[in-house]
Ligand binder design. Structure first.
Ligand code: NAD
Length: 437
């Protein structure tokens, strides 16, 4: 394929080098003449293992050139990778002006070109940027429609400087967001042969994926560092601790606990978080990340209240108030806090929770339920149907399988607030409201 690569920085040069190594012909574009000259001489503008060799080989085989002229590059290629910078502004917001400028240049060149041309954005951009910045810039300057007159995709880059060529050939995944399947297939063809999961997704999912990944990486570093700081103050080898931590691929390094939903609770996480945070304070250590976790969780409870009260209905039925399915443990259940807050606001609540109902009669939690939260226990309804009939708003609080079919049994005016993401979400149209989906 003939490919133009806009931006001869880290991402662009590594892409150019690897694509020529795979047999493609690449024309690089950069406003910086020195960089264009270096590439034209077969020399790398960046230091990165294997890149210099790939570029000099491609130069010798006449598979690589560079220019400062966008129109020339678009005319000589069928696909353009946009790898220009998206720096922070002073206030932290994302500056997409370079991407916008490049898209206008590409669009102007597309106006003069009849053959189908696909633009692939590799720069990191916030969700919405493709639709708000990239498409308007391309369409207004080309007089063509995205997805019809030209192809458009976003293909976030996951390379790490220092091991960028290795990462190009061994990516954790390939993510392609596009307006149509044709463009997604075109981009996927660039990575044929790579052993990595391929995700063809919507433009917005691809845009958000990159931020979800990078903020997670930053969060992991900060978490490891705070744990390390506590360990050192306690005379414990932090790497011994993290070696054990990382071996746990069931609960720690795993999808467990990572799916969006409602607040955490129960008898362990809140208590243990408080204890470690207090210990850090005793040690005169600042652990802003660990400290902020409880606050984040409180915010999620507030969100639950807002999402329920926003419907302006006073009769609310709760299905499941223990912090997760399959338990009658109500200690520090955020669902219980939700109910208590709504009672305080004058809401008329009825609850169905068969585990808690059972525990009221027998079991170790009987005393807790009857003495510590009698006001909650009194709200537990007689039957599933009785509780369902009460609510103008129905809240599914935990993922007991018997709650999955609730949308099928609701009447035509009832609203469902789902804190757990039941499978049957699409049956009741806009009367369904998920907590964060
Ligand atoms: N560096 C990384 O490891 C990495 C990894 C993944 C994603 N990204 C993202 O990729 C994008 C590029 O990052 P980078 O580190 O390669 O940036 P960079 O600053 O190294 O390179 C950007 C290049 O674009 C050139 N440029 C500026 N205006 C131009 C124009 N109008 N036309 C053509 N070229 C122009 C600049 O001269 C520069 O050479 C960013 O959005 C970044 O967030 C970077």
């Amino acid at each position: 394929m003939e490919i133009s690569v806009f931006g001869m920085g880290y991402v662009g040069v590594v892409s150019a080098a690897c694509l020529t190594n795979d047999g493609h012909t690449v024309i690089g574009v950069d406003t910086n003449e020195t960089k264009a000259d270096l590439v034209n001489a077969g020399t790398s503008p960046v230091i990165e293992k294997d890149v210099a060799f790939f570029l000099s080989t491609a130069h010798a085989e006449a598979k690589l050139s560079a220019t400062t002229n966008a129109a020339e590059a678009v005319a000589a290629s069928s696909l353009s990778l946009v790898c220009v910078g998206t720096p922070s502004r002073k206030n932290g917001s994302l500056n997409t002006s370079i991407v916008e400028k490049v898209c206008k240049e590409i669009g102007a060149a597309l106006k003069l070109k009849d053959a189908y041309h696909c633009i692939v954005i590799r720069s990191t951009m916030l969700p919405g940027t493709i639709h708000e910045v990239v498409i308007p810039a391309l369409e207004s300057s080309s007089d063509k429609k995205a997805g019809e007159g030209f192809g458009l995709a976003i293909n976030p880059e996951f390379l790490r400087e220092g091991s960028a060529v290795y990462d190009f050939y061994n990516p954790p995944k390939t993510v392609i967001g596009s307006l149509n399947a044709r463009d997604a297939d075109l981009v996927a063809a660039l990575y044929r042969g790579l052993e990595a999961p391929l995700f063809k997704v919507s433009i917005e999912v691809a845009e958000m994926t990159k931020y979800t990944d990078n903020v997670w990486h930053a969060l992991k570093v900060a978490y490891g560092n705070e744990i390390g700081n506590i360990c050192k103050a306690l005379g414990i080898d932090s790497h011994d601790v993290m070696d054990v931590f990382c071996q746990d691929t069931k609960l720690n390094i795993s999808p467990t606990y990572l799916k969006p939903g409602f607040a955490f609770g129960g008898s362990c996480l809140p208590k243990d978080l408080r204890a470690l945070n207090y210990k850090a304070q005793e040690l005169d250590l600042s652990v802003p990340l660990i400290k902020s976790v409880s606050e984040s969780n409180r915010t999620q409870i507030e969100r639950g209240i807002e999402i329920i009260t926003a419907h302006g209905k006073k009769n609310v039925s709760f299905f499941g108030i223990s912090f997760k399915s399959g338990t009658d443990d109500l200690r520090e259940s955020p669902q219980v806090e939700l109910v208590e807050r709504l009672i305080g606001k004058g809401y008329k609540i009825k609850i169905y929770d068969k585990n808690v109902e059972m525990a009221k009669l027998v079991g170790g939690n009987k005393e807790y339920i009857l003495q510590v939260i009698p006001h909650i226990s009194d709200l537990i309804g007689e039957s599933f149907d009785d509780v369902l009939a009460h609510g103008e708003v129905i809240v599914i609080g935990n993922s007991e399988p018997e709650f999955h079919d609730i949308p099928k049994s609701m009447n035509a005016t009832q609203i469902l607030v789902d804190l757990v993401r039941i499978p049957e979400r699409d049956l009741i149209g806009d009367r369904y409201d998920g907590v964060n989906w």
